[in-house]
Write a protein that binds this ligand. Structure first.
Ligand SMILES: [Zn+2]
Length: 264
């Protein structure tokens, strides 16, 4: 009984200690919207668990998960500072898509990554074993504007998975100041995305031509503004191994902190 009491005390006191030691502010309230990805490539259950682990152990974040995006509406977004999208799947009902657009436009933070770079939100459909452009008007018009990027189906691709260096090219941004100049990724290095003119690229990596890449530097991380909302986007984050790289923890926590609060 005594032992059980002790365990209970430790469990109860841990989050308070972690928060007060690092940041006296209230934790950032994060809603991870997930529940679908293009299996077998992207296992949303595993990456969601990895990301939650990073965020909760930092002591700065409180996370909730919504596995049914079709339930998303204005009421379910209440109280959250930022939405994290871990998703590639069917489009959502109009009320859910509109609720997210309004949330960001009114100043909510937004973080999305990797497999959010293509698919139905861009009007693409999976036919004959590859993504192709679907009928005109089938995409979510606001989505590429929010993330500041799109990807032509014929350009979808990446160098063979490898370990590579990601360089922070803007060390003055609140999301990157004080970070080491580069970090190691173990990931798919997406290439040939089209970025909107208004985005600010924070990190790039050299795409290795000998592994099927472009032989050019490709944008890895960028930020965008949508209405009053701050958007943080990365093409990284293929799987748990990718998220286990130490530099990815900094990317996630600093990116979310900035997108949710506007400073580091
Ligand atoms: Zn991938």
């Amino acid at each position: 009984m005594r032992f059980r009491m002790l365990v209970l005390l430790i469990v109860v006191s841990l989050p308070v200690t972690a928060v007060s030691a690092q940041n006296a502010e209230a934790p950032v309230n994060v809603l991870i919207v997930t529940g679908s990805a293009d299996l077998p490539y992207h296992v949303w259950q595993e990456t969601t668990a990895s990301m939650r682990g990073i965020l909760e152990s930092s002591g700065h974040f409180s996370t909730s998960v919504l596995e049914h995006p079709e339930e998303l509406d204005t009421a379910s977004l209440k109280g959250f500072d930022i939405v994290v999208l871990n998703y590639n799947g069917p489009r959502w009902p109009g009320k859910s898509e509109e609720a997210l657009v309004t949330f960001i436009r009114n100043g909510g933070g937004f973080f999305a990554f990797h497999h959010a770079s293509y698919g139905t939100f861009f009007g693409q459909e999976f036919r004959e074993n590859r993504w192709q452009q679907g009928p005109p008007g089938s995409g979510w018009e606001a989505f590429p504007i929010i993330i500041g990027a799109s990807w032509l189906p014929e350009n979808l691709g990446h160098a063979r998975r490898c370990v590579f260096e990601v360089d922070w090219i803007d060390g003055t941004h609140p999301a990157t100041s004080g970070l080491p100049k580069s970090f190691k990724a173990n990931d798919e290095l997406y290439h040939k995305l089209d970025l909107s003119p208004g985005v600010l690229v924070l990190a790039t990596a050299m795409s290795p031509a000998d592994l099927g890449g472009t032989g050019k530097r490709e944008p890895m991380v960028w930020v965008n503004q949508f209405g009053k909302g701050r958007v943080f986007y990365t093409v990284l984050g293929h799987d748990t191994l990718a998220w286990e790289q130490p530099g990815m923890a900094s990317l996630l926590t600093r990116g979310l902190e900035w997108a949710a609060r506007g400073s580091d």
